[in-house]
Every structure is written in structure tokens, then in C-alpha cells.
Design a protein around this ligand. Sequence first.
Ligand code: SF4
Length: 274
Amino acid sequence: MRLLRVIEGDLNKLLIFELKDRFAVEAVHYRGDTLCISTQVGCGVRCSFCASGREGLIRNLSEEEILSQYLLAKELFPIKRIAVAGIGEPLANFKNVLSAFLKLKREGLKVSFYTTGFPVSNLLTLLDMPHNGVTISIHSLSERKRKLLLPYAGSLKHLISALRKKLPSLTKKKRRKISLAYLLLKKVNDSPEELTRLGKLAKELDVGITLLYYNQVGDYEPPSPEEYENAFLLLRSMGVRVTLSTRFRKDKVGGCGTLTVDIIADTKGKEVKT
Ligand code: SF4
């Protein structure tokens, strides 16, 4: 595996790695000290708003390939935190992700995860690990709608019932590191009724909400800045802890949901993206 190319955005640096079988996966250096890494080549969850899952799952990354993203990137940039939030569903490649995670922890790094929570049994194991944050993608509290948004992320009902059982057993400090991700999509999941249901669930589970802004890579529309702010205010008025997308997550280069898988066409390292 080698670092093929680094693309500088306004805020982020997109790192493209070539794998031995000629596939290329991406990682993002952002906020000056954080590296967002990938765990799979493609993604079997195939979220309809995300470029990473368009081709489905091609294969899992090995433990070495997951770690190498950090080892190669740290030669160029300072890294104190790892966000396991790039291409792939970390729980679907759990054995390799877990062993890479333990090695990253031994390097003194803070490691956080973004996941759809599927398979749920792996999520429950992850929640007991010494992570620095687990953000679980909800995006809709309607089973039908969530299936359209996250086609292969399992049952929402099963996920929520597992969280209801598990979270009370965690300390308050540990619960504060868990949050529900909600990608706000105009006229899809942004009604006050839906946001109120979300707020009630977060209150009941005693976790925060990460309200994500949509980087338009598919057919959906992002909310206007005012609609985004109103959703934030509604949830805040319910007494919920809400985190908004930072400007790094919105950058055209390396922003959330924009990472893609490519095949390198020649041995010299053809440009895969500009
Ligand atoms: S959002 Fe995450 S889980 Fe969904 S397709 Fe993209 S990489 Fe996979």
C-alpha cells in the first residue's frame, strides 16, 4: 500500500492510497490534528446520500491497511485523533477494525467511530471499548424511511431496543461520548414532528445529537442555513445536547459522504481525482 496523492481543499487534505490489488481508498486530514480513515473498499450499507457506498462493498480492508493510513499520513501531518468515519461500515469489518483500534490506542491516539450500528451485537461490544466517541447514524425514526436512506443497515427497531437496554448500564461520562447522527435532508426528514421525536429519543437515552449538514453528492437537497439553524434551535429548546457540522465536514474536498473508491489504471499512479 502506498500514498498515491494528496489533494488540498480549502480546509481539508484528501489522501488517496493505492492498495496492492489496485483499488484506491481515501482518508482525510482535517482540523490540524485529526485523520478520518476508511475501513472497507466500498460499503455494503449503500446509503442513498453517500458517494462511498455507490458500488456496494468490494472488500474489507486488512488490519494492516487500516493502520497504514495512519502510519503513512503521520509522515506528513501531525495526528492526535483518529475518526473511523471514512469509507465503509466499521462494524461490518469488526475483527480488523478492533485490532487496528487497539494498536492506535497504544500509540496514544484518541479514536472515535461513526457507524450505522449494524450489526448491533458489534455495536454493543464497541460501546464497552475505550473509544473517544461513537456516533450512531439514525437519520430517520421511520423504519420505512430509514430503509430508503440506509438500505442495508438492519432494523431500526432492533437498534433502538438494544440502545435502550445497553445505555443505562454505561456511566454518565461514557454516555456523553455517544451521540445519534441525523443528516438533515430538505423535505425528507426535517419536519418539526420528526425532529421532536428525535429529540425525545435522545432525551430518553441521555445522549447527544450530531445534526449533520448534507454535502450534496446525490439527489437530495440540503436544508437552507436558516432551516438548519431552526432544526438546531428546536432540538436545543428540548434540552438536548446538539453538535452541528463543522466547516471541515462541509468542505468540498473530503467532506462527509464525499469519499469514493477508485481503481488505479496504471502502475505509475494515474490521477484518480482532481
Ligand atoms: S454513509 Fe457510511 S455506512 Fe453509509 S454508505 Fe457511506 S460509508 Fe457506508
